[in-house]
Design a protein around this ligand. Structure first.
Ligand SMILES: Nc1ncnc2c1ncn2[C@@H]1O[C@H](COP(=O)(O)OP(=O)(O)OP(=O)(O)O)[C@@H](O)[C@H]1O
Length: 298
């Protein structure tokens, strides 16, 4: 059963079509990245799922059932930085958060430890660094130990060490079995932390699936032999090979599906070409994303 299942979600703000028929499923235990450039509809989508906004059409289910208030209470959401009291300590602020949320009053020590803030629990919020403030926001989300977390741009505005700290917490939460849905426009970030991804552009879903599949679909093979012309011609006859271009001293070959290097090696040898180089090259999610969005623009 999917944790979250979206079917044909559309939303328009006046002349702006923010979401157009978005459909995808979030598997349990995944870290699911909703990725897209600014204005692609990520926040709108999270707003709909958390009942802050209403979709014009389409539907979604949480835990296999139409979303209701009870289910939403079992989800930790961080859509925007909460208004913490500057003169109060981290601990006191969490006491207030727990009473507003009506959950997690006895969970404050744990969430402060998870977010690496326990040592500074009694210091005033205004003395916290930006990274600590964001981790306190995350701590508030974790009150009551929800199984599902929805986070909008959780590393926004942080410096590299702040980003790494938040990423570390997300990794630990994922390892403990939480399902995490997070929106980000940072491709590198999503690649490092997410198991699954949905890519949005101007409200359209371009693609969704496991990050490894999204990247693997774009893997390519770099190979060379004494006669690269002959190698390129041979590779074009290899089943599933859709391009084989000479680049410098190598041939770059791309494929319909994940390339099997052992099979490629065997194919070349059986056809009288002995390879001096054969390497599977991984494209980054960033490269895959840029190609995908470029193709859909053209
Ligand atoms: N309340 C609103 N009124 C009018 N237009 C809106 C409103 N909220 C969002 N939009 C527009 O809808 C589109 C999607 O916005 P949304 O904030 O969901 O995108 P996003 O991917 O989260 O962007 P960002 O990364 O900048 O936060 C944008 O064109 C935005 O300008």
């Amino acid at each position: 059963m999917s944790i979250l299942s979206l079917q044909g979600i559309s939303k328009r703000y006046g002349a702006v079509q923010a979401l157009s028929g978005v459909t995808f499923d979030v598997p349990p235990g995944s870290v699911f990245g909703i990725l897209g450039p600014n204005g692609s509809g990520k926040t709108t989508l999270l707003g709909i799922v958390t009942d802050v906004l209403k979709a014009d059409s389409g539907s979604f289910q949480l835990f296999g059932k139409p979303g209701n208030a009870m289910q939403r209470r079992s989800i930790g959401t961080l859509l925007e930085t909460p208004n913490f009291y500057h003169y109060l300590s981290g601990w006191k602020n969490l006491e207030i958060s727990a009473s507003i949320k009506r959950r997690g009053a006895d969970d404050i020590e744990r969430v402060l430890k998870v977010c690496g803030l326990y040592a500074r629990r009694d210091a005033a919020f205004k003395t916290y660094s930006l990274g600590m403030k964001q981790r306190l926001a995350l701590a508030a989300v974790l009150l009551g130990d929800p199984d599902v977390l929805i986070l909008d741009e959780p590393t926004n505005g942080l410096d590299p060490s702040g980003i790494a700290e938040v990423r570390g917490i997300i990794h630990d939460l994922a390892r403990s079995g939480k399902t995490i849905i997070l929106a980000s426009h940072l491709l590198d970030e999503v690649e490092k932390v997410c198991t699954h991804v949905a890519i949005l552009q101007r409200g359209q879903l371009l693609l969704s699936g496991a990050v490894t599949e999204v990247i693997q679909r774009n893997d390519f093979v770099e190979l060379s032999a004494a006669d690269n012309q002959a190698l390129s011609a041979l590779m074009l006859r290899y089943p599933g090979c859709n391009s084989a271009v000479i680049s410098g001293s190598s041939v770059i070959a791309t494929f319909d599906s994940y390339p099997d290097t052992a099979a490629i090696n065997g194919w070349c040898a059986n056809n009288g070409i002995w390879l001096s180089q054969l390497q599977l090259r991984k494209k980054s999610l960033e490269k895959a994303f840029l190609e995908l969005t470029h193709t859909s623009n053209s």
